[in-house]
Design a protein around this ligand. Structure first.
Ligand SMILES: [Zn+2]
Length: 137
């Protein structure tokens, strides 16, 4: 919900599209999805409202689709909490394992923190804005 003259903010999520021609030859081309960003007071990574130090919600539609577009696989709980400190990660992993819900990347792959957002200039402002938003209350 933007202000009256404010353009609708759109986030471009980078991905790859595979085109198969009549001979069955595959060509991979860069591609991007236009997403409406999460609400301003929600986490900009997973669109769920949670403290920045807690895991992302690995089950939100936004996180699932944005993550899959960029990484090429579904996010796991290990990805969702890769940004947390050891204590938080251990607590959540133990709890999720006890309920049979623990998921992690395929063998040999490391968990992905913020599906590519954290290492560009946008990451810090997004995290700061998120922190400010939840500290307003
Ligand atoms: Zn999140």
């Amino acid at each position: 919900m933007g202000e009256k003259d404010e353009p609708t903010p759109v986030r471009h999520i980078a991905s790859v599209v595979t085109v198969v021609d009549a001979d069955g030859r595959e060509t991979h081309k860069p591609f991007s999805w236009d997403f409406l960003p999460p609400a301003k007071d929600a986490c900009q990574i997973c669109a769920h409202r949670h403290p920045p130090t807690e895991p992302h919600n690995a089950q939100t539609f936004y996180y699932q689709v944005a993550f899959h577009s960029q990484i090429g696989r579904a996010p796991t709980w290990a990805d969702a909490m890769a940004h947390c400190n050891d204590e938080t990660r251990e607590m959540w992993e133990k709890e999720l394992r006890s309920m049979g819900h623990w998921t992690e990347p395929p063998a040999g792959e490391r968990p992905v923190k913020h599906h590519g957002v954290e290492d560009v200039n946008t990451a810090k402002p997004i995290e700061d804005a998120f922190r400010n938003a939840i500290n307003d209350d």
